[in-house]
Design a protein around this ligand. Structure first.
Ligand SMILES: Cc1cc2nc3c(=O)[nH]c(=O)nc-3n(C[C@H](O)[C@H](O)[C@H](O)COP(=O)(O)OP(=O)(O)OC[C@H]3O[C@@H](n4cnc5c(N)ncnc54)[C@H](O)[C@@H]3O)c2cc1C
Length: 379
């Protein structure tokens, strides 16, 4: 398949105008680390390689605002923010290795398009809460902007939210502006052991609703993991308050706690396994019940139970029914292409929702040029 490599917005406009003229679709690719996520794109066209739109365009630590070209690696942005004691609130994971790609290459545009939120999302919010504005090129070949570059900015339709998780089916992002967050200098991860899933998730929900502002609340096997952050004295106080909250249960400090939460974000427990990997979003109070019902060979809960990572036997379709009964939904993050086609990567849509989805798609990309079929048949 021919590849167009674009390094500027003008080159993207040109590529889209050519695609329009030939009615020839474009597969939009950043670093290509998440190609194995989502349905395979129906490709009778070209690859549009946007990794050349790279670099931090402006960063104002005092305003907590960063603007970057979407091909900028998340790692590069994280490093620049860390220098100023800041971070991305949605805590983007690195799913490269889980999806068969190299680590450390994923781009900020890809993280936004795939709605890739990590453990701190439980406290700091999702990418849709933090993408303040963007520039992009739509399927008419028009360069446009939406949102702005300030935190207090809610005029007009909140188009940036639409881009989060759209998998590049609506427009080609050419610039993104994100709200960033201070990163407290210290963190402590405490583990509470010998818990059943019911006990573990109940404990995590209790911590969540306390004033401790935990930025990590995960449960795996028989262990609840709680990440607390702060300056030295307030952090010590938070640890004391947490121990009081535990009602006599012991909490031990995990020496490699940050690594443990990175491993959770990146789905590392599934790396060398044959299992399909699901991310199921459920009401936290239902997490233990859903996990018991699905009985996956390998699983863990993040976000105090709001997110279940499930490793299921290849091709097995037990997840969605149980998740739906609890009022949740599920995304198939890793599976063979044939399974992703058969089971749908994203939640199958009702007729009404699909009609709305298709009308949004048609408003941005009426010829269906961008990543056709990536989310659902025809979208
Ligand atoms: C002086 C001033 C300063 C402001 N400063 C700020 C600021 O600094 N930051 C900030 O975030 N906000 C600010 N605001 C508020 C901001 O301007 C409004 O949120 C914004 O105008 C809303 O714009 P809109 O396009 O969403 O809809 P509107 O301008 O409210 O509506 C446009 C038209 O669409 C109609 N309409 C709207 N919704 C619907 C619907 N669902 N169905 C049918 N018809 C509908 C309305 O009746 C109206 O005719 C300010 C407002 C003013 C007046």
């Amino acid at each position: 398949m021919p590849t167009h490599k674009a390094s500027t917005e003008a080159e993207i406009v040109e590529a889209v105008m050519t695609a329009r003229a030939w009615k020839s679709p474009l597969e939009i690719v950043g670093a290509g680390t998440k190609q194995a996520f989502g349905r395979a794109v129906v490709t009778m066209g070209s690859v549009l390689d946007v990794s050349g739109l790279r670099g931090i365009l402006s960063y104002e630590p005092n305003e907590l605002i960063l603007t970057a070209a979407p091909g900028t690696p998340v790692a590069e942005i994280a490093a620049a923010l860390a220098e100023k004691g800041q971070r991305l609130g949605f805590d983007p994971p690195d799913w490269g290795p889980l999806l068969g790609a190299a680590p450390g290459l994923g781009t900020i545009g890809g993280a936004i398009a795939c709605d890739a939120n990590g453990p701190a999302r439980v406290r700091l919010g999702a990418v849709r809460d933090q993408l303040l504005g963007f520039r992009g090129v739509n399927g008419f070949g028009e360069a446009f902007k939406a949102g702005g570059k300030v935190v207090k900015n809610v005029t007009g339709f909140d188009v940036p939210k639409l881009m989060c998780g759209a998998m590049g089916t609506l427009c080609v992002l050419t610039e993104v502006t994100l709200r960033v967050f201070p990163k407290p200098p210290l963190s402590t991860v405490l583990a509470v052991r010998d818990l059943s899933p019911e006990e573990g998730f109940a404990l995590l929900r209790k911590v969540w609703s306390s004033p401790l502002d935990a930025t990590g609340l995960a449960f795996s096997r028989d262990r609840a993991l709680i990440r607390l952050e702060g300056e030295k004295a307030p952090l010590a106080e938070k640890c004391t308050m947490l121990r009081a909250l535990l009602g006599g249960r012991a909490a031990e400090e995990v020496p490699d706690g940050e690594i443990a939460f990175r491993a959770i974000a990146n789905g590392e427990m599934f790396l060398d396994t044959p299992y399909d990997v699901w991310r199921a979003f459920v009401p936290p109070a239902a997490a233990a019940g859903v996990a018991a019902e699905i009985d996956a060979p390998l699983w863990l809960g993040d976000w105090a139970g709001g997110l279940l990572w499930l490793g299921t036997l290849p091709g097995s379709d037990t997840v969605r029914a149980a998740v739906h009964r609890a009022g949740g939904h599920a995304v198939l993050l890793r599976a063979a292409e044939e399974t992703r086609e058969r089971l749908d990567t994203f939640e199958p849509q009702s007729a009404v929702r699909m009609a709305v989805t298709k009308s949004v798609k048609a408003a941005f990309d009426p010829l269906g040029l961008f990543n056709p079929g990536r989310m659902w048949d025809g979208v």
